[in-house]
Design a protein around this ligand. Sequence first.
Ligand SMILES: [Zn+2]
Ligand SMILES: [Zn+2]
Length: 220
Amino acid sequence: MVPVVQLYARDVPELPFPWAMDVLQVVWCPLIHDDEVGSALPKVYWRNEQTVAAGRVLPEPPVPYECDEDFMPRPCTVTPTRVVEFPHGDLPVDLAQALSQRFDEIEEALGFSYYEMATTVQSKVGGYPGWLQEPDWPDCRCGRRMDHLLSITATEPVEGCWSPLDEQEPGSSDPGPGTTTDPTVVDAIGHGMDMGDLGGMYLFVCSACPDMPYAHRYDC
Ligand SMILES: [Zn+2]
Ligand SMILES: [Zn+2]
């Protein structure tokens, strides 16, 4: 297992946590698995920061005996840009039809279609999965459709419709599409994973069940 992302409740107030937990850790086995998903195999841990700090912490993360380079993240930090997302693949058909004229107006005014802009294809917490294939939401054992917890996508940091502010030319204040990425930073930041054919790992959780079961989807 290799560490993929660690988030504190204080940094991401929207994240759901089980009772008494305040650290979210995602690790995965960095091999392609011969299951129906066919990707690295993630595992989610909810922890308590005080308990973790009081215990023994390894000075260096363990290096796997073997791995698929596409799913082996390099160490990096998270500097989030907050954006509002709207569904694209998840937009109900009748609503998409009702709004089609407004979508045409958006495209004419901005040069990007609604579907290119509604959902970021970036590593993120919350929002909608940036489905490249048909939406495939997992159901919880309680019968409820799970919620999108977070996505790790290969398009970090230079590709995709959106560029977070810290990746842009100095002085930029717009995280929207069409902004210019600063070439001096793109190679130096981000997790550096191609994740197969520039895919994404989406994690889902049921926050209605006390133990907060989770599931994953790999999309490319
Ligand atoms: Zn494995
Ligand atoms: Zn549930």
